[in-house]
Design a protein around this ligand. Structure first.
Ligand code: C2E
Ligand code: MG
Ligand code: MG
Ligand code: MG
Length: 291
């Protein structure tokens, strides 16, 4: 290892660097094994699992749809959070295979729920920046839509603001192509990615998701309330609707409603739920209708 100046400065190799590198290697190896399991369509053996967090219409309090959030049930480490393994999967590009599985699985579940409850629920799926770099991403999306019969405008793809702003050259064309398939698009974690406002209007975005950090500080802090108000106004001016992330208490709901924010998502409504619990919630809300 060399210092930044190229060769002269020795870098002390600390034990924790070793542990960290080893940990990453193991994680990478285990991710490959977990991905290999996907192909063996034996449901019991799967280590990846999708959880679903409801997104609520603030006006009617009804469930509008869900965001699919991946979980990894590691055989020895237990539950590994996406914040931990997604960066590793991005570095090795394994996120491409994982992302394909997430997209297909989330769409299959959406179709099941739409038919079972006879509602035009939406499903939001997170896309990594690495997935956006694949030349065949649009073809993949079209493939899934061709295979799984859902209305394209009930699928919503979430891309973080920082990913969009890192790729301002290539992203507009890509988003236009996705949009031509009538799939919905959302900017995730808005407010943390240093958007250039002059770029924002170029993207065919349907929904802006206000980052949890603004929502959580909103009630106690007058300044944050003004930031959220500004974001909502900006979104509406650009023809987008707004989802607030990380809604944890009823005061926040009142404030968000008054600001004209359309949707909310957060622990106050529900944590991300496994398939069974999410189905039970839908049954409770919409009745156990035709299958
Ligand atoms: P995100 O897309 O911004 O997802 C929202 C995160 O906030 C989720 O964390 C969710 O559990 C959490 N959250 C929701 N409501 C609340 C709340 O009221 N309070 C608090 N404290 N947290 C709340 P999670 O599931 O751990 O996911 C973290 C991130 O990992 C996601 O952030 C997303 O960037 C990434 N991720 C998750 N699943 C996928 C996936 O399938 N593909 C990709 N590329 N990324 C994913
Ligand atoms: Mg998201
Ligand atoms: Mg987010
Ligand atoms: Mg986030």
């Amino acid at each position: 290892m060399h210092g930044a100046k190229g060769g002269r400065t020795p870098v002390v190799f600390e034990p924790n660097m070793y542990t960290h590198a080893l940990y990453r290697l193991q994680l990478d190896r285990d991710l490959r094994r977990a991905i290999a399991l996907i192909a063996k369509s034996n449901n019991e053996a799967q280590e990846f699992e999708l959880y679903y967090q409801p997104i609520i219409c603030l006006k009617t309090s009804e469930i509008r749809g869900f965001e699919a959030l991946i979980r990894w049930n590691h055989p020895t480490r237990g539950l590994v959070s996406p914040a931990e393994f997604i960066p590793v999967a991005e570095e090795s590009r394994l996120i491409i295979a994982i992302g394909q599985w997430v997209l297909r699985t989330a769409c299959q579940q959406l179709r099941i729920w739409q038919r079972q409850f006879q509602r035009s629920l939406t499903m939001s799926v997170n896309l990594s920046g690495i997935q956006l770099e694949q030349a065949n991403l649009v073809a993949q999306i079209e493939g899934v839509l061709g295979e799984i019969w859902i209305a394209p405008n009930t699928l919503k793809l979430e891309i973080t603001e920082s990913t969009i702003m890192r790729n301002t050259e290539s992203v507009p064309t890509l988003l236009d192509q996705i949009k031509q398939n009538k799939v919905l698009l959302a900017i995730d974690d808005f407010g943390t990615g240093y958007s250039s406002l002059s770029y924002l209007h170029r993207f065919p975005i349907d929904t802006l998701k206000i980052d949890r950090s603004f929502v959580s500080r909103m009630s106690s802090d007058g300044e944050n309330l003004e930031i959220v108000r500004l974001i909502v106004t900006l979104a509406h001016t650009l023809g987008m609707d707004v989802t607030a992330e990380g809604v944890e208490n009823p005061e926040q709901i009142t404030l968000l409603k008054n600001l004209g924010c359309e949707y909310g998502q957060g622990y106050f409504f529900a944590k991300p739920l496994d398939k069974k619990a999410a189905t039970a919630l839908l049954e409770k809300k919409f009745g156990n209708s035709k299958i």
